[in-house]
Design a protein around this ligand. Structure first.
Ligand SMILES: NC(=O)c1ccc[n+]([C@@H]2O[C@H](COP(=O)([O-])OP(=O)(O)OC[C@H]3O[C@@H](n4cnc5c(N)ncnc54)[C@H](OP(=O)(O)O)[C@@H]3O)[C@@H](O)[C@H]2O)c1
Length: 283
C-alpha cells in the first residue's frame, strides 16, 4: 500500500512495484484510475482521517508511508500505524526528512516528522525510515517562469545542496519494501554532489537547448513570495536550509550507493528527464 501515490516519490514507487509484479494499492486524496498503471488499485484516502485508510489497507502486508506534506501536523501517526497493523501490515517504510536530525527544533521540519518516526519505531512492524534531503523536483516551482520567460528567480544562487532525485528515493523504497533487509534502519539519502540554484538553472537550460537566465532573489523578497503559500515557520526553516545549511545538510552521496549499488542520479539527469515540463510558452 503506497501513500502519496501521485507525488514525485510515490508515483515512481507505484510504477516500480507494479512493474515487478507486486499487488499494489495506490492512495492519495484525489487519486484516479488513469493516474496508476494497469493492475494497480487506486483508493482515495486522507491521511488526516485514519479511518479513511481502512479500505486501502485491505490485503496489504507492507506500507509505504509519507506524512501528508502540508497537512502533516494534522495527522495522527499512531492511529495510522494501528490501523495498518489491524489490517495485517507487518512492514513499514516511512518517507521522513533529513530535517528530523538537522533541524530538530523546527515545528515543520523536525518535530512533526519526528512524531511520525516515533509512531513507526514504536510499532512492532519491520520498519525502515528514509531521511532524504531536498529534492530535485522542488525546481518544478520554477517551471512557469522558465516556460514563459526562460528565467529562474531564486534566493542564495551560489549556495549548493546535495539535492536528490525522487526516483532514487522511490527505488530505494522499492528495494526495502521488497527485500526487507535488516529492520530498524534509518537511511539518509542525498544526491551525488552539491548543486546551486544557478547551476540548476543552467542545467535546465542545457536540457532545453536554450539559455535560462538566473536572477538572484534577495532573501527578503524570497521570504515575501514564500509567505504567500507557506506558513511563516516553514518559510524560515526552508530559507535557513537554502541559505545557511548546517554541515550535516552538505553531505553528498548518502544512502543510494549502499542500497542500490550505483551512485545517485545528478540534477542534470533529472533535468533531461523532465525537460518537457519546462518547455513551451505561457505560465
Ligand atoms: N521536497 C523536499 O525537498 C522534501 C525533502 C525531504 C522530505 N520530503 C518529504 O517527502 C514527501 C513527499 O514529497 P513529494 O515531492 O513526493 O510530494 P508531492 O509530490 O507533493 O506529493 C504528495 C503526495 O501526498 C498526497 N497527499 C498530500 N496530502 C495528503 C493527505 N492529507 N492525505 C493523503 N494524501 C495526501 C498527494 O496527493 P493528493 O493531493 O491527491 O492527496 C500526493 O500524492 C513530503 O511530504 C515531505 O514530507 C520532501
Amino acid at each position: 500500500m503506497v501513500t502519496g501515490a501521485t507525488g514525485n516519490v510515490g508515483r515512481e514507487l507505484v510504477r516500480s512495484l507494479a512493474a515487478d509484479g507486486a499487488r499494489v494499492t495506490a492512495t492519495s486524496r484525489g487519486i484516479t484510475a488513469d493516474q496508476v498503471p494497469d493492475g494497480v488499485r487506486p483508493v482515495r484516502a486522507d491521511l488526516t482521517d485514519a479511518g479513511s485508510l481502512r479500505e486501502a489497507f485491505e490485503g496489504a502486508d507492507a506500507l509505504f508511508l509519507q506524512s501528508g506534506g502540508p497537512s502533516a501536523h494534522l495527522i495522527d501517526p499512531q492511529e495510522i500505524v494501528a490501523t495498518a497493523k489491524a489490517a495485517g501490515v507487518t512492514r513499514i517504510v516511512l518517507l521522513s526528512s533529513q530535517g528530523v536530525a538537522t533541524r530538530p527544533d523546527s515545528a515543520s521540519h523536525g518535530v512533526v516528522a519526528r512524531a511520525v518516526e516515533d509512531a513507526v519505531r514504536e510499532s512492532d512492524a519491520h520498519w525502515t525510515i528514509l531521511r532524504p534531503g531536498g529534492f530535485h523536483s522542488n525546481s518544478l516551482a520554477w517551471a512557469g517562469a522558465v516556460r514563459s520567460a526562460r528565467t529562474v528567480a531564486a534566493p542564495f544562487g551560489d549556495v549548493g545542496l546535495p539535492l536528490i532525485d525522487p526516483a532514487d528515493i522511490a527505488e530505494v523504497a522499492a528495494v526495502v519494501l521488497r527485500d526487507g533487509g535488516p529492520g530498524g534502519r534509518v537511511i539518509e539519502l542525498t544526491g551525488p554532489a552539491l548543486v546551486t540554484p544557478r547551476e540548476q538553472a543552467a542545467a535546465i537550460g542545457a536540457a532545453l537547448g536554450e539559455p535560462v537566465r538566473f536572477v538572484d532573489l534577495p532573501r527578503a523578497e524570497a521570504r515575501e513570495q514564500m509567505l504567500r503559500f507557506m506558513p511563516e515557520e516553514v518559510v524560515e526553516t526552508t530559507l535557513g536550509i537554502l541559505g545557511e545549511p548546517v554541515e550535516a545538510e552538505l553531505r553528498a552521496g548518502l544512502g543510494v550507493q549502499d542500497v542500490l549499488g550505483r551512485p545517485p542520479r545528478s540534477f542534470a539527469d533529472w533535468g533531461r528527464r523532465h525537460a518537457d515540463l519546462f518547455r513551451g510558452t505561457g505560465a
